[in-house]
Write a protein that binds this ligand. Structure first.
Ligand code: MCA
Ligand code: AMP
Length: 505
């Protein structure tokens, strides 16, 4: 920033400023193509102008339902330049999930691609006015626009509605303001010493916080570059690391496990890069150690959440301690409270982690009840994660107060899967739990009491496929005589987990 210049109020504004300052700098590399900041800005402004010409008004929602591609990011920035709100959509989502998200957020226009379009058609979304598919249809759409408005989004405006699963089964839209996004980017870039010289290897999906709001935002905010991959492929990522061009890699633990497996089959080791970061699920100390042995580097583990983006981080300089998630990012606060009394706990005692700061979202879209439940009167946000803090301020996450399964960095709420399986013909009762899994950290397992003795596990998973993203369907279905319940009739999930821990072959 130059002296006297105030900070950008949005990621889009930071991006435009960087494009003005260094138009020829590399913004994205994608499948061998190099896209400069100048070209990316032109494309983003095209999107902004076309959306405005189409009739998108400030605050209206645009869904992005497409695989990793530079146009996803140009459409993201363009929607913000047009004053719109982005609803990122998981590319694995099926009819049931799409119906809920589009209906709940009131999406007017959706950008999609050839691969995703059939599922969108199958979902029958009455309120959706327009679907634009990448390719000739998109080029026509972009050709229709005039000039983009010179007005930038304000910090207090809504930027993104990010859907995150809820305990009741239906996912809730976390509202993120431009100011939340900027506060996060600033905190992350400062903590990790991210500069315009960095090149991030970005193979995370762009519809989630990790890829979009850490990876892409940090890149645009600092005016750095990213090498974008369509999807994570361990061999391709390994090759890119060998290439020696990138300086940073961000991944979920499953990606690190796969990179370690890839390394075992290769003779050549990548040279050290500036920074490896892991998050979205716990990284095992074994994976941390093995990575250090094989790649010669200590992974920096951090902890985040859709509602807050990034909360806690191991230090860039200083000790990166396996099994911990470090301390709050600059400008943020975190504490551990008693789950019942909500009183702060002394160091070392396990309770619920709460966070506070400019990075925290203001609430859930059209869910004042859920918003009120998550905040106390002093603005502390209850994360639903359990942990403790040591004397040195390092936090350790030890479990979850919320009933959540994290499989390969994707969240699965058991209730959502149970509701679908309950609708499967031949099922009498079901309980869904997470069991430890060497590849995905946890895997989804269903205990089913069947009404129809001929019901098979394949029928149950096949039924789930109709309405649920693939990663949510049980990887294992076990038929049981009855579900363990307490005196009040509530299913005892820990008992189910115990019983299923010794699965039949
Ligand atoms: C794919 N499959 C999975 C998963 N991913 N099953 C269980 N768990 C998963 N995570 C299934 C698919 O449904 C499919 O099965 C089969 O595996 C192959 O699918 P494919 O797409 O080829 O899988 P992949 O490319 O090998 O995917 C593995 C992955 C991916 C690369 C690890 O899961 C991934 O990108 N995870 C990252 C998620 C992420 O970005 N999370 C951040 C959330 P079938 O054909 O039977 O259906 S943000 C967050 O948590 C906070 C803010 C934070 O702190 O970051
Ligand atoms: P999401 O709602 O999809 O953004 O997922 C956020 C959840 O992922 C958090 O509430 C945690 O339960 C989990 N999570 C993220 N990072 C970590 C980490 N480093 N260690 C353990 N759990 C994590």
């Amino acid at each position: 920033m130059n002296a006297g210049e105030s900070g950008p109020a949005s990621i889009a504004e930071a991006f435009v400023r960087n494009a003005q300052r260094a138009p020829e700098r590399l913004c994205l590399r994608f499948e061998g193509e190099e896209i400069s900041y100048h070209r990316m800005r032109g494309r983003a402004e095209n999107f902004g102008a076309a959306l405005a010409a189409w009739g998108l008004r400030a605050g209206e929602r645009v869904a992005l339902f497409l695989g990793n591609h530079p146009d996803l990011l140009a459409a993201y920035l363009g929607t913000h330049l047009a004053g719109g709100v982005v609803v990122p959509v998981n590319t694995q989502y099926r009819r049931g999930e799409l119906g809920h998200i589009f209906g709940d957020s009131g999406v007017r226009l959706c950008l999609t691609d050839e691969e995703r379009k059939p599922e969108l058609d199958r979902a029958e979304l009455p309120e959706l006015e327009s679907v634009i598919q990448t390719g000739p249809e998109l080029e026509d759409f972009l050709g229709s626009g005039g000039a983009v408005s010179a007005e930038m989004p304000r910090g207090e405006d809504l930027a993104v509605i990010a859907y995150t699963s809820g305990t009741t089964g239906r996912s809730k839209g976390a509202m993120l303001l431009h100011s939340n996004l900027v506060a996060n980017a600033e905190a992350v870039c400062t903590a990790w010493h991210w500069t315009a010289e960095d090149i991030l290897l970005l193979a995370l999906p762009l519809f989630h916080t990790h890829g979009l709001m850490v990876g892409a935002h940090g890149t645009f905010y600092t005016g750095a570059s990213a090498e974008l991959h369509r999807r994570f492929d361990a061999a391709r990522v390994y090759d890119a690391l060998l290439d020696g061009r990138v300086t940073m890699f961000f991944g979920v633990p499953t990606m690190y496990t796969r990179l370690l497996r890839e390394a075992a089959g290769r003779g050549e080791r990548p040279r050290p890069i500036r920074l490896y970061v892991s998050g979205s699920a716990p990284l095992s100390p074994q994976a941390f150690d093995e990575f250090e042995r094989r790649f010669g580097e200590r992974i920096l583990e951090r902890y985040g959440m859709t509602e807050t983006i990034m909360n806690l981080t191991n230090p860039y300089e200083g000790e990166r301690r396996p099994g911990t998630v470090g301390r709050p990012f600059p400008g943020q606060e975190a504490r551990v409270v008693d789950v019942k009394t909500r009183e702060p706990l002394p160091d070392g005692e396990i309770g619920e982690i709460e966070v506070r700061g400019p990075h925290v979202f203001p609430g859930y879209w059209r869910r004042p009840d859920a918003t009120e439940e998550s905040f106390d009167e002093d603005d502390w946000f209850a994360t639903g994660d359990l942990g403790c803090v040591g004397e040195d301020g390092y936090f350790t996450i030890s479990g979850r107060a919320k009933e959540l399964i994290i499989s390969g960095g994707y969240n699965v709420y058991p209730r959502e899967v149970e509701e679908v399986i309950e609708g499967c013909p031949g099922v009498s009762e079901v309980a869904v739990v997470g069991l430890p899994d060497p590849e995905f950290g946890e895997r989804v397992v269903a205990a089913v009491v069947r009404e129809d003795p001929d019901l098979t596990a394949e029928k149950v998973t096949g039924f789930c496929r109709e309405d649920l993203a693939g990663y949510k369907k049980p990887r294992q279905v076990v038929f049981v005589e009855e579900l363990p319940r307490n005196a009040l009739g509530k299913v005892l999930k820990h008992k189910v987990r115990e019983e299923l821990s010794e699965p039949e072959e």
